[in-house]
Every structure is written in C-alpha cells, then in structure tokens.
Write a protein that binds this ligand. Structure first.
Ligand SMILES: C[S@@+](CC[C@H](N)C(=O)[O-])C[C@H]1O[C@@H](n2cnc3c(N)ncnc32)[C@H](O)[C@@H]1O
Length: 344
C-alpha cells in the first residue's frame, strides 16, 4: 500500500511520488547489498523498487499483474540503467519470472500486499465504494469481474464469500439482499452494491463504511488474493538463496494469518509440546527476523491512515531444501471463481 505526497528521497528515476507503507524497515530487513538480486513482487507505483535501487548498486526484478502499473513503470525502467526489469505477471510465478530473467536464485523477495492507492482511487477500476464506477475490481485485465460474481453466484456462495473473506457477520443478509436486488436489475456499479449492502449492515457514527467488509471479500475472491499469497510464499522459499531475505507487508488479518502460519511452520525447530511424542521434523527453511510483526508508528498512520492495519513479517532463508507440501489447507474453503460465476 502506498501513501501519496511528501518526504520523498532522491532515488533512481527522480524523487519518489509515493511513500510505501513500512518502506524503511522493509528495505532495512532486506539487507540490500551491491551485486545482489531482489524481487519486488508488488511493483505498484514503484515505491519499493526505487528504494531498493537507491539502497545499493543492485538488480531488481519487479512484478505486477496490473498492466497500468507496468505501463507507468516504464520511465523508472529507463532511468534505472539496466538494473530494473519490470514484468507483468502474477506473483505466484515469481520464481519462474526470476528464472526467465536469468536468475536461478535471488537475495531477497518483498511483497507489499493488497491494492495500490492508484487502483483504489481510480473509479473506473471499480474497487471502491467511495467513488462510483463499474463494479470491476480486477487487478489484472482478465477473468471474471466483481459484477460477474454478484450477478451469477448462488446465495450460499455469496454468503460464504462475504463471511470468510470479509469476516462480515451479516453475510447472509448481505447475500439475500444482493440476490433480491439483482432479480430487478443486474448490479453494475460500486455505488449500487454499496447501497444494497448498507441497507442491511448497520453502522454507527465513527465505524468503517458498512460496505467495507463485503467489498474486501469480493476483491479478494475476484483476484484469488489468498491463493496467490500462499503460492508466492512457496515460490519465494524455492528461489531464495541461503541467507536471502523474505519481507511481507500485509493489510488484513486473513493475509497476516497465512504469512504468520507459513513462517511459523517453516522456522519450527522442535515439537509444539514437550509432552507429545518426539516427531522427526524437516529442517527449518526460514529463520524468523521478526518474532512479532512490525507495525506503522503514529507518525506514519497520521500521514497515511491506510498504514493503520499494516503488519510486516520477515525471515531469512536457511540452507534446508524447499518443501513441496500442499499449502491449500491454509486457505478458506470456497468454490473456484470459474464455478461461482457459472452459477453452479
Ligand atoms: C500495495 S500495492 C504495492 C505498492 C508498492 N509497494 C509501491 O511502493 O508503490 C500492491 C500491488 O501489488 C499488485 N498485486 C497484487 N496482487 C498481485 C499478484 N497476485 N500478482 C502480481 N501483482 C499483484 C497490485 O496490482 C498492486 O499494484
């Protein structure tokens, strides 16, 4: 997530127009050195990439699934003098992207999860209930949109999506209201959906907007954000050199829980209970650098309220081979997007 405005620092490509949330600790924890190769898996407006390029004479491979972010990054690529490669791809493929760029292994991977300010503040992208726009929410250009989901999903699927990915207690009422509304006319805009949700989710003065959780749920579902995250963590484990660093900044509890559980499992050296029978564990693949997540300080939150919920976790890769276990058990149990939009 990025914040607009001030405090910029001269980096490759001129002053940075955005300050990434927790950018300073993230770059410090990556331990950037000259000659190193780093993956910025969420390029966005390029705030992290600029900071990495400025920290040492290193190489950066940056990834974003959003074609607009890639187009806007062209100037930075030009000014980086061959040190920045920018690739339109999903970050679940980050190890393949590195290999295609000629690097079998890298020294660091950073993920700054969620949507960018640019995406959120562009009404045409349909992410926000604050600006009316088409109900889209796709970070990349392809695949079903949020409108496809709300107009085709069964009431049960809608309720599960809103409950599991939005942690919305009124999920059933929200699903019922959506189904009732779309019987009259398809739901096509963010304002229409926000109004339908706000009619059934109570809010008190000072609360977040009543549609916040439902919008979050749809966005996560449309972009398979949690599936992408688990695959990216596994890909980072495969591509990091021993001593290489992984830094992840997350913005809500569902993401942070996945990062926390992954890193706890990968760094575990002993059984959980001294009373339980000894089980042979594979060698840890990561060593934790942050026992507790780092959070933004009051100054950063004052400058950028979106930093309020940011959590940073970091770990260092060990020599142990990457594991090949199935991480899908960490994901909420929901049907696939393609099945949901077929109305199963
Ligand atoms: C919070 S922004 C990153 C901001 C960036 N750190 C900066 O300093 O400007 C997140 C970015 O990650 C991208 N993104 C989210 N999920 C992705 C995925 N699965 N694969 C590739 N890019 C993704 C979004 O399109 C968005 O541009």
């Amino acid at each position: 997530m990025t914040a607009g405005g001030g405090g910029s620092r001269a980096v490759a490509g001129g002053p940075a127009p955005h300050i990434p949330v927790l950018g300073r600790p993230a770059v410090e924890l990556l331990n950037i050195r000259a000659g190193g190769v780093y993956i910025d898996a969420t390029f966005g407006a390029g705030g992290y990439s600029r900071a990495l390029l400025a920290a040492a004479n290193c190489t950066v491979i940056a990834i974003d699934r959003d074609p607009q972010a890639i187009a806007l990054g062209a100037e930075l690529v030009q000014s980086a003098g061959g040190r920045l490669t920018l690739v339109e791809e999903r970050f679940s493929q980050l190890d393949r992207v590195a290999q295609a760029a000629g690097y079998a292994a890298v020294d660091g991977v950073v993920l700054d999860l969620g949507v960018s300010s640019m995406q959120l503040d562009t009404p045409g992208r349909g992410f926000s209930f604050r600006h009316d726009g088409p109900l889209d929410m796709r970070m990349g250009g392809a695949g079903p949109s949020a409108a496809d989901v709300v107009n085709a999903a069964s009431e049960r699927d809608l309720a599960n999506i809103v409950f599991l990915l939005g942690e919305e207690r009124r999920s059933r009422a929200v699903a019922r209201a959506i189904v009732k509304a779309r019987e009259r006319t398809p739901i096509a805009t963010t304002a229409a959906l926000a109004e339908i949700v706000a009619a059934v989710v109570r809010s008190h003065p000072g609360d977040i907007h009543p549609a916040t959780r439902a919008f979050q749920a749809l966005r996560i579902f449309v972009n398979d954000e949690l599936g992408e995250l688990t695959m990216a963590l596994a890909a980072a484990e495969r591509v990091l050199k021993p001593g290489g660093r992984l830094v992840v900044v997350s913005f809500h509890s569902l993401e942070d829980r996945i990062v926390k559980t992954f890193l706890a499992g990968r760094s575990e050296t002993r059984g959980t209970s001294r009373h339980a029978p000894e089980v042979k564990r594979p060698a840890p693949t990561f060593r934790l650098l942050t026992r507790r997540p780092l959070t933004a300080d009051a100054d950063e939150v004052a400058r950028n309220p979106r930093a309020r919920s940011a959590k940073l976790r970091a770990a260092e890769r060990t020599e142990a081979p990457a594991r090949a276990d199935d991480l899908t058990a960490m994901l909420p149990r929901l049907p696939a997007l393609a099945d949901v939009v077929r109305g199963r």
